[in-house]
Design a protein around this ligand. Structure first.
Ligand SMILES: [Zn+2]
Length: 251
């Protein structure tokens, strides 16, 4: 940062902070023009990312259930093979006990098959549910993506229109900032942050502070016009300048 000449007169200090205020106000105007768009774009991008993550989780879950279903189908095939084997054995049994043992095995395998079939039915229902939520998530993502595209387009248009201006004002604001006395600059930055309109330097408007609209006594107005010391609004803390000075600082 450039060193500030300590011998600047009060008037020069006021001019430099006023010039800075004007540059910053123009930059603020550009931000107002962009409005909530940068935030909305960021929010939408985050939302879409979150939805895509959820989507791939659901897809993983569906794959998991489908694996489960094919395992159960294999189990059924194995049981059917066993049943065929046992039925053949039953034709060649030597005694009742052997026959009963095989019958038990046969019953068990057909129970296994029934159980696996039930598991498959339940799993298929689950796949259907998950597929439905997958489709609705996909539709939501598509809607949000269209919205994002629209908002991005709007933002890019504004950026395109204001980029050159913003760059120029940014440069001039930096230059003006370097010329403001450090203590005054610190006060300026602090006041600017406190007010939504970013106004830290105000003019006298109809005998009142142009920032907070509280009345300024005639004696104080005279002091402001004299530019012998920096006058701060006792209500809002803004630096006060007279209208003539305001008119001389053009950007
Ligand atoms: Zn005020």
């Amino acid at each position: 940062m450039a060193t500030v000449n300590k011998d600047y007169s009060v008037e020069e200090k006021l001019v430099s902070v006023l010039r800075l205020q004007k540059m910053d106000s123009r930059l603020d105007e550009i931000q107002v023009l962009k409005g909530e768009l940068p935030m909305e774009v960021k929010d939408l991008e985050d939302e879409i990312e979150g939805l895509n993550t959820r989507l791939s989780h659901v897809e993983d879950e569906i794959r998991g259930i489908q694996d489960f279903i094919s395992n159960k189908k294999n189990q059924i095939k194995e049981s059917e093979a066993l049943i065929k084997k046992y039925e053949k054995q039953q034709d060649n049994v030597k005694n009742n006990r052997e026959f009963e043992a095989i019958t038990k095995e046969l019953e068990m395998q057909s129970l296994e098959i029934k159980l696996a079939e039930k598991h498959i039915r339940d799993a298929n229902d689950e796949v259907k549910d998950k597929s439905r939520s997958l489709e609705s998530a996909k539709r939501t993502i598509a809607e949000k993506e269209a919205n994002l595209k629209h908002k991005k387009g709007e933002l890019e248009k504004i950026i395109g229109e204001t980029e050159k201006e913003e760059k120029a004002f940014r440069k001039q604001s930096d230059e003006a900032r370097a010329k403001v006395e450090p203590r005054l600059l610190a006060a300026y930055e602090k006041i600017r942050k406190n007010y939504r309109n970013g106004l830290a330097v105000a003019t006298v408007v109809r005998d009142s502070c142009g920032g907070c609209f509280n009345a300024i006594p005639p004696q104080r107005q005279a002091e402001i016009r004299q530019r012998k010391k920096i006058i701060i609004c006792e209500h809002c803390g803004r630096v006060l300048v007279d209208n003539d000075l305001e008119a001389t600082v053009t950007i």
